[in-house]
Design a protein around this ligand. Structure first.
Ligand SMILES: [Zn+2]
Length: 424
């Protein structure tokens, strides 16, 4: 069974030790991994290393179906109960110990440092900190660890956001980038001069602001055209409890290799070549509550292994191209949601939209776009239909409603990201 041909390669000996420790820790403490990795129990450290690729993947479904079996400590040692959406729609819990909270603080401190945030900076948080979400809490802890200051406004409510920006003069915002469009819109209607605000940097979460060539994508361009600020992309998930963050070179998001082991794999489970895209598969390092081994995130991204111009040697990930389960097969073509986002993000008059993907009787995907009512009779609809036709090769269905109602459907209080698309 073990052929020794799949030796893992890591630059950093400390990380390799940490990786092997994670596997042994999970084997010793997690009922799920005890049974799943039973055959690996007797392997020596070097055998484990040599046979890394024989270790089976952990899937979202595993996490959903055997949730509490992942837990490695007694429930009384859980410090924070975080949830993430599961494959069946039921939330999945990620159990954090006190040491996991410390790890999270270190992770976000390092992540913010990459984006140029420093001790003494004032940071305004525009994401939820409660409701069992990880991101807001993690950023709060990271800012404290960095010895910077935080204003916790939470998501939405442009008026509150602006009152705080004008009053406390934060240099950094942490926000979902599409919400920044709403902020800009509010500033324009209320005569706030965007060229003189205190804000210099936005750490963007949940959505990409870059395209394949690391230039700003349409959303990123729309923001910076009106507001001359630096946008930093991040990529993170609750399960990995770690963020990939852009450095000043803005050539992909750096891995924090002390906290995570990264594999980017093709359809056959082989590591992709430098610059190629594959599925992001992660193993958490140093997690004691819910460690994950070879966890398939379902996210597709390009991997860049050559040293970055910033001098760091850690691998980088390009923007997430899409999710494996979000490929839309549409009248003979295949598109990822980002292609549709790009169309509607590029039209200035479209302030908010919602995409619904459903199935017809023949199990083909049907795409319906909900737009603001005032666009229905406007000449812009012709331009929109033409753009859809040229970029997607097909014109989706359109429905219309009031802007506020669409915004309420997209920026839901109980969700961490704007829900611009749903799959029915
Ligand atoms: Zn770099």
């Amino acid at each position: 069974m073990f052929n020794g041909e799949e030796m893992i390669v890591m630059d950093n000996q400390k990380s390799t030790d940490s990786l092997i420790e994670t596997v042994r820790y999970a084997l010793d403490n997690s009922p799920f991994y005890k049974s799943k990795l039973n055959g690996f129990y007797e392997l020596s450290v070097s055998e484990l290393q040599e046979n890394w690729k024989m270790i089976p993947f952990t899937t979202k479904q595993d996490l959903s179906e055997s949730n509490t079996d992942f837990l490695c400590v007694p429930m009384t040692e859980v410090a924070d109960f975080v949830t993430t959406s599961g494959t069946t729609g039921d939330p999945v819990t990620i159990f954090l110990t006190r040491s996991d909270l410390d790890r999270l603080a270190v992770n976000e401190r390092d992540s913010l440092k990459l984006a140029g945030v420093q001790k003494g900076d004032i940071v305004q948080l525009m994401t939820t900190i409660d409701r069992q979400f990880m991101a807001g809490m993690a950023y709060y802890q990271g800012v404290q660890k960095l010895e910077a200051g935080m204003i916790r406004i939470g998501p939405g409510v442009p008026e509150l956001q602006w009152n705080s920006i004008l009053r406390y003069k934060p240099r950094v915002l942490i926000a979902v980038p599409s919400f920044i469009l709403t902020l800009i819109n509010y500033a324009k209607t209320n005569k706030i001069d965007l060229s003189t605000t205190s804000v210099e940097t936005i750490v963007c979460i949940g959505e990409s602001v870059r395209d394949d060539a690391f230039s700003l994508n349409i959303l990123g361009e729309r923001i910076t055209k009106d507001w001359p600020i630096q946008l930093y992309s991040t990529y993170a998930s609750t399960e990995m409890a770690t963020a990939f963050t852009e450095c000043e070179a803005q050539q992909g998001c750096h891995l924090n290799d002390e906290l995570l082991f990264l594999e980017v794999l093709d359809e056959n489970g082989e590591e992709v070549a430098n610059g190629d895209e594959g599925e992001v598969v992660i193993t958490t390092l140093g997690v004691t509550g819910t460690p994950l081994i070879r966890y398939r995130t379902g996210d597709i991204a390009k991997r860049f292994s050559e040293p970055c111009t910033c001098g760091r040697k850690t691998p980088r990930l390009g923007p997430i191209v899409g999710r494996k389960n979000q490929m839309i097969k549409y009248k003979g073509t295949t598109v990822f949601p980002q292609a549709i986002f790009d169309i509607f993000d590029s039209i200035r008059e479209v302030i908010c939209y919602k995409i619904t993907v459903s199935k017809d009787d023949l199990q083909n995907d049907l795409v319906t776009i909900l737009l603001e009512s005032k666009l229905q009779e406007s000449e812009l609809m012709t331009e929109i239909k033409n753009k859809c036709h040229s970029k997607l090769k097909v014109i989706p269905n359109f429905e219309f409603d009031d802007l506020e109602k669409i915004q309420a459907q997209v920026y839901k209080k109980n969700l961490r990201k704007p829900e611009k698309i749903i799959f029915k």
